[in-house]
Design a protein around this ligand. Structure first.
Ligand SMILES: [Mg+2]
Length: 193
């Protein structure tokens, strides 16, 4: 199957996941698993403060992270084939900008939590497809968590799950949402040719 547009998640998908989630939860003062959903329930003043804390952690992590093995090759291949690619992330724009600059990446769209409701809402993917002027059925959402797969499905795209050390155990619960499952990034070639 060939796709015209590739919608990539950021953390754990194209860059190594290095956010200290427990430390973030501690500093923000939440126990719930999902940080953005917890912050969304707070009053305006607290929400603003928590987003500042989260942004600080995300930017720091972005400065230190590495590209996942095989990403550069796949990106070059997508460019060579004249296909489109971009990022849809729950992270802040500042952290994505750090990564783009650091690795000299080139995207057709970048949608962050400042632009639309975060995944698992399909909204950020719908916005990405609109920017890329492409149809959902010609597109694939590539991610490492269930929110990526849920959002991708709801937006009408196909979905690919990338397995890595940190999500392998958890992934058993959302494997059924993936049209494709890959053990490493290089295998994405199969979606291009
Ligand atoms: Mg991820």
């Amino acid at each position: 199957m060939r796709f015209k547009t590739f919608v990539f998640d950021l953390d754990g998908t194209i860059v190594e996941l290095n956010l200290p989630f427990d430390e973030i939860r501690r500093e923000i003062g939440i126990k719930d698993r999902f940080i953005l959903e917890s912050i969304a329930k707070m009053d305006e003043e607290k929400r603003k403060r928590c987003f500042e804390i989260l942004e600080k952690f995300e930017v720091k992590a972005a400065k230190k992270t590495k590209l996942v093995d095989g990403v550069e090759e796949i990106f070059k291949l997508i460019e060579k084939m004249d296909l489109k690619k971009g990022i849809v992330t729950r992270n802040c724009r500042k952290s994505v900008d750090v990564i783009i600059k650091k690795f000299n990446l080139d995207f057709d769209f970048v949608v962050t939590r400042e632009d639309a409701e975060p995944k698992p809402s399909p909204e950020p993917i719908q916005l990405a497809l609109k920017i890329a002027k492409t149809r959902a059925k010609e597109s694939i959402t590539v991610g490492d968590f269930k929110f990526d797969l849920i959002a991708g499905k709801l937006a009408g795209t196909k979905t690919a799950l990338i397995l890595h050390q940190k999500n392998r155990e958890l992934a058993k619960d959302f494997l059924h949402l993936a049209d494709f499952v890959f053990e490493n990034f290089r295998e994405l070639r199969k979606l291009i040719f």
